[in-house]
Design a protein around this ligand. Structure first.
Ligand code: CUA
Length: 333
């Protein structure tokens, strides 16, 4: 091959590499990391991306050079020269990709193993998913259950994930880690938050009509603020957690129903602002609709959409509080 050709191929390769690098770097493909685990995932991501850009540059250079150099004239109908392969070239283009793919596998395996390791003393929080809400149970002298996920910064957290009904998936984009939440088994997820702030929890498994609304906030706070949250949620806030308003939020009612006192406006299920009890006592009708949603169907809504598990997942006291909250929130009352 002549020197001129090598120079031209190199120039094409460098140009292709610059274009691909610009697309990789200038477009914000990933959210800003807020956990140690996501930092490692980003490393694996960039490790693979740099290799891909290199391979792309070589292939693009060969293609551009060939298209320009070996172009035939419009009236040239002759066959191309017969070529019988090139053993040296074939060994090179098999061996180099094999080495690169192996390197990506090794880096990914190390990242996966380290991202699964919570260390000797993680904070263990039990996460319960149900259509269409998240609930969190914190360790401590007093059991604290809340619809809010609050995490202390720089402390490894091991989430144990349970589902009461169908398959959900727990994901916080800024934490990187993601796991399915499967009924009947326990899955886990390790997160070590590094940045104080508020991020979204997103359900990423289609789990029913309220799936798109199955979201919640996670707050990463200072250690002292985490302790304060636990005290307020367990003590004075304990009452809060068992109020009708809190149960409406943690049971996920707002994922499907509009209810002005709770500030929700979802349209999956009937509006709860002005419930028509069909001549029956309002509280009795509401209780029946929570425990057995198919008993009476409001016109325009189908059965088997609302989970029929609330009589099991909520205690009698909780259902009482929820009924009370709904009765008091009726418009025109
Ligand atoms: Cu839960 Cu989608």
């Amino acid at each position: 091959m002549r020197r001129g050709s090598i120079v031209r191929i190199t120039i094409y390769g460098v140009l292709a590499g610059i274009v691909a690098s610009a697309i990789a770097v200038l477009v914000p493909w990933l959210p800003t990391s807020a956990s140690e685990e996501f930092d490692r995932i980003e490393f694996a991501f960039w490790f693979a991306t740099v290799i891909c850009i290199g391979v792309f540059a070589v292939v693009a250079a060969a293609i551009i050079y060939s298209v320009l150099k070996f172009r035939v004239q419009p009236d040239d109908d002759t066959d191309g020269p017969p070529i019988h392969g090139h053993t040296g070239l074939e060994i090179v283009w098999t061996a180099i990709p094999a080495i690169l793919v192996t390197a990506i596998s090794v880096v990914s395996a190390i990242v996966l193993a380290r991202n699964d390791d919570a260390g000797p003393n993680p904070l263990r929080i039990a996460v319960t998913a149900q259509q269409f809400a998240w609930r969190f149970e914190y360790p401590g002298n007093e059991k604290v259950v809340s619809g809010r996920l609050v995490l202390p910064v720089h402390r490894p957290v091991k989430l144990t994930l349970h589902s009461l009904d169908v398959i959900h998936a727990f994901w916080v984009p800024q934490f990187g880690q993601k796991s399915d939440v499967v009924p009947g088994i326990e899955t886990t997820l390790v997160i070590t938050p590094t940045r104080i702030g508020k991020y979204p929890i997103v359900c990423t498994e289609l789990c029913g009509p309220g799936h798109a609304l199955m979201r919640g906030p996670v707050e990463v706070v200072r250690r002292a603020d985490y302790e304060k949250f636990l005290v307020s949620a367990a003590g004075g806030g304990g009452e809060d957690e068992s109020s009708g308003e809190a149960i409406f939020a943690t049971a996920g009612c707002g994922g499907c129903h509009a209810f002005s006192p709770a500030g929700t406006d979802a349209q999956v299920g009937p509006d709860l602002d002005s419930i028509d009890p069909r001549g029956r006592p309002l509280d009795e009708y509401i209780r029946e609709s929570i425990e057995d949603p198919n008993a009476v169907l409001v016109q325009g809504y189908q059965g088997d959409v609302m989970p029929n598990t609330f009589d099991k997942s909520l205690s009698d006291d909780q259902i009482d509080a929820l009924v009370q909250y709904l009765v008091e929130g009726q418009k025109g009352k």
